[in-house]
Ligand binder design. Structure first.
Ligand code: UN1
Length: 512
């Protein structure tokens, strides 16, 4: 606990119950409801924030709109240099911020630090990108004409993020959005607001030192209600939302009805195919980390293992042994592999899913349950479990955000690929095989239908350099690396005539 109070002090968390922030300025209006953030690690209160009121929201959007007129005029490489400084500040704050992520969200310290590392990595990526926001040039069909395209910022970008990656997903969006010339309004998960306050302090310090006005980085607090306000607000050009498919569908419908842009990164139901040609020891690490890492609360968590019948028993034996060795407990204690679920509601969801699985015929090879005892006093610690199932069980088709791993047996690779694709979601997928024919088939157009498809790597733990996101109910958006930056800009096609006449395209004659 002592350590945590030092961390909070280092990160400037003064526990003033702020309702919003436009940068260095914090709205401390007393009229709205206080939201206390309690740690799932030990159930203790960390600090409080306030729900952003409608009036506060107006202040923030107006400030953001005003700031855009400044920020879009700063040359992109200059914006990049400011993001470079943000990355440096994150390096300095890595231990504290990683610890706070671990404490407020419940993931292991290693994973909390890893999350801050993703933030640093995306800052580096964004710095380079700030000199590479390339458009194409084209040859005009008309003489003495030139055509090219350029990319301009959109305006205000709204970022709605989830509790499971409370800081990294914000930075994937903002680092790119900022170098592209946009201003951002962040609504973090109401389950992890304090890590958001910490991030806002860090970026605000950098902006202030560089003479950047208030309104380029904004923070608002709230649940679904404020999310709806953002989704329906035509002043917000792009809504980038990470979370459940249910939330994503609501956001997408609201944003589409005003013909706004949305970027959605929603649920996954990720499988690893473990072939008879797999290295089983390597597969074990990928499968177990994928299933129990972040206590099964990543959108990329491994939910299903589709195992060839000839290695099914051998691999299951290894799994059971590995699960027997898992240490569950305080995630800040580095000896533990698995921390708590985010809250008791999540625990109830986990228990309900186990019951549903049993009712549909699932056979538990490793039993689940809630852990009790002094170390587990928050009531959020659960036993990672494994069940043999059929892919078409309702519960298997559903993403439960908890460490429940489903095993499915297959005979032929074609069948395994069909099973892997036969879920509503399409985020991440993997095959474990040393056979090049199998690997290539899995990656081909007739293979995995997911946004991410890996060979001899599990489903979770993607690097920031690739485009991150998935198909079907995962929402179709791509964030982070590759050319995902384009989602944060508008494309303009320019044709310039430097002739003495004005010829029309398509050879149309129009003489006056
Ligand atoms: C998420 O769970 O929303 O690939 C993001 C991964 C991480 C990001 C997960 N780099 O597992």
């Amino acid at each position: 606990q002592n350590n945590i109070s030092t961390v909070l002090k280092n990160l400037n968390i003064l526990d003033l119950n702020p309702a919003y922030s436009t940068g260095s300025e914090w709205g401390l209006s007393a009229h709205s409801q206080i939201l206390d953030s309690c740690s799932p690690v030990d159930g203790k209160r960390i600090a409080g924030v306030r729900i952003t009121s409608n009036e506060d929201y107006e202040i923030v959007v107006n400030k953001a709109a005003e700031a855009f007129t400044f920020w879009r005029n700063l040359p992109a490489p200059k914006r990049g240099d400011i993001i470079r400084q943000f990355g440096d500040a994150l390096r300095k704050n890595k231990d504290d911020l990683g610890t706070l992520v671990s404490y407020e969200m419940g993931k292991s310290l290693q994973e909390g630090l890893g999350e801050v590392q993703e933030m640093i990595d995306i800052c580096d990526f964004a710095v380079g990108l700030s000199r590479q926001l390339y458009g194409l040039t084209m040859h005009s069909e008309r003489p003495n004409h030139r055509m090219y395209e350029q990319w301009h910022p959109l305006g205000i970008v709204g970022v709605i993020s989830a509790f499971n990656f409370p800081v990294a997903v914000w930075s994937w969006n903002t680092a790119l959005a900022w170098i592209c010339g946009n201003v951002c309004i962040w609504k973090p998960s109401e389950k992890t607001p304090i890590t958001a306050v910490a991030c806002q302090h860090i970026i605000a310090g950098i902006f202030k030192a560089n003479g950047v006005p208030e309104g380029v980085s904004n923070l608002i607090i709230g649940d679904r209600q404020i999310g709806e306000l953002m989704a329906n607000d035509s002043r917000i050009a792009l809504i980038s939302a990470t979370g459940s498919t249910r939330m994503g569908k609501a956001v997408a419908a609201a944003v589409a009805s005003r013909l706004g842009k949305s970027l959605l990164e929603l649920g996954g139901n990720n499988a690893i195919i473990i072939s008879q040609h797999a290295d089983l020891d390597m597969s074990l690490i990928g499968a177990v980390f994928g299933a129990v890492g972040t206590a099964g609360q990543r959108c990329t968590s491994t939910r299903r293992l589709i195992i060839h019948e000839s290695v099914y028993n051998a691999f299951t034996e290894k799994l059971v042994k590995a699960y027997g060795q898992l240490k569950i407990g305080n995630p800040l204690d580095q000896k533990n592999h698995v921390g708590p679920l985010i809250d008791k509601e999540a625990v109830a969801g986990y228990l309900a899913s186990i019951e549903k699985c049993k009712a549909e015929g699932g056979k538990f090879i490793v039993e689940g349950g809630v852990l009790t005892g002094p170390e587990y006093a928050s009531g959020c610690y659960v036993q990672p479990c494994i069940a043999a199932v059929e892919n078409d069980y309702k519960i298997v088709q559903h993403e439960t955000f908890a460490p429940i791993l489903y095993l499915i047996k297959y005979q032929k690779l074609d069948q395994a690929i069909l099973l892997q694709n036969d879920v509503p979601q399409g985020l991440s997928s993997a095959i474990m095989t040393l056979n090049i024919r199998e690997a290539e088939q899995f990656l081909s157009a007739t293979g995995s239908d997911c946004g991410i498809a890996n060979v001899n790597i599990g489903t979770s733990g993607a690097e920031i350099g690739g485009a991150f996101g998935g198909e079907k109910e995962t929402g179709g958006g791509r964030e982070s690396g590759s050319d995902a930056w384009r989602a944060y800009m508008r494309r303009q096609t320019n044709t310039i005539n430097y002739a003495n006449t004005l010829p029309l395209a398509q050879g149309i004659k129009f003489d006056l």
